[in-house]
Design a protein around this ligand. Structure first.
Ligand code: FES
Length: 234
């Protein structure tokens, strides 16, 4: 069947503003939007620029705005999108470098700011640091983040205030704050107690809706907020 792929294009070397371009493509119902983008790039216009790597929803590199929602191009199928025209634009709220490629530097700087790694001050055990299944379950959900930025770039609080650390960073802080093997939860909570930390969340749930991994992001933010309220951070 035929589909029209309407893509928001921008070349910083020649364009002052982004503009829409349309491409007719042949699509199977089970094709992913990434397959259609490849069709355009390989057979119609090699200048089309977008990120992708694994093509299986694992690496998080091809999040984009597809028919008005942040999604992974490699996961969303043509038959999941109504209509004959599919619109594709870069993730909102992030600086566009070229076509569908956005600048992720600030996004990853915020991710790094919450110390997203295990810190344990004790002597290393002879074998692994053991943990009960119940303790492991405490952060199972937030451990599934693939850092695609679909959540942060769908958040109106982030659009209004780009200094906001954003849902993705809070999710990755949650991953370690609730890990019983980690000794630095309070440091992360102090970072997130900042004016541009968790308090900027307005529980709009856009982040939860956008997450391709189905992570309960708003709930995770509320759990971190509650932890800040009860922690002794003085
Ligand atoms: S290409 Fe890796 S998540 Fe889509």
């Amino acid at each position: 069947m035929q589909r029209t792929l309407k893509i928001l294009r921008f070349n910083p070397e020649t364009d002052r503003q982004p503009h829409w371009e349309e491409y007719a493509v042949e699509a199977e119902p089970t094709d992913r939007v990434l397959d259609l983008l490849h069709q355009v790039k390989w057979y119609q216009d090699g200048t089309l620029t977008f990120r992708r790597s694994c093509a299986h929803g694992v690496c998080g590199s091809d999040a984009m705005l597809i028919n008005g929602r942040n999604r992974l191009a490699c996961k969303i199928r043509v038959d999941q999108l109504g209509g004959k025209r599919i619109t594709v634009a870069p993730l909102p709220g992030l600086p566009v470098m070229k076509d569908l490629v956005v600048d992720m530097e600030d996004f990853f700087a915020k991710f790094r700011s919450v110390q997203p790694y295990l810190q344990n001050e004790g002597m290393p055990p002879e074998r692994e640091r053991r943990q009960s299944p119940a303790d492991r379950d405490r952060y199972e959900d937030t451990s599934r983040c693939i850092l695609c930025a679909a959540c942060t770039s769908s958040c109106p609080s982030f659009w209004a205030k780009p200094e906001y650390v954003g849902p993705a960073a809070i999710v990755n802080a949650h991953r370690f704050v609730f890990d019983t093997r980690d000794d630095h939860a309070d440091e992360r909570l102090e970072i997130l107690a900042d004016k541009d930390g968790v308090w900027r969340c307005r529980t709009i749930f856009n982040c939860t809706d956008a997450c391709p991994r189905g992570i309960h992001i708003t709930q995770a933010i509320l759990e971190v907020t509650q932890e800040i309220r009860t922690a002794d951070l003085s």
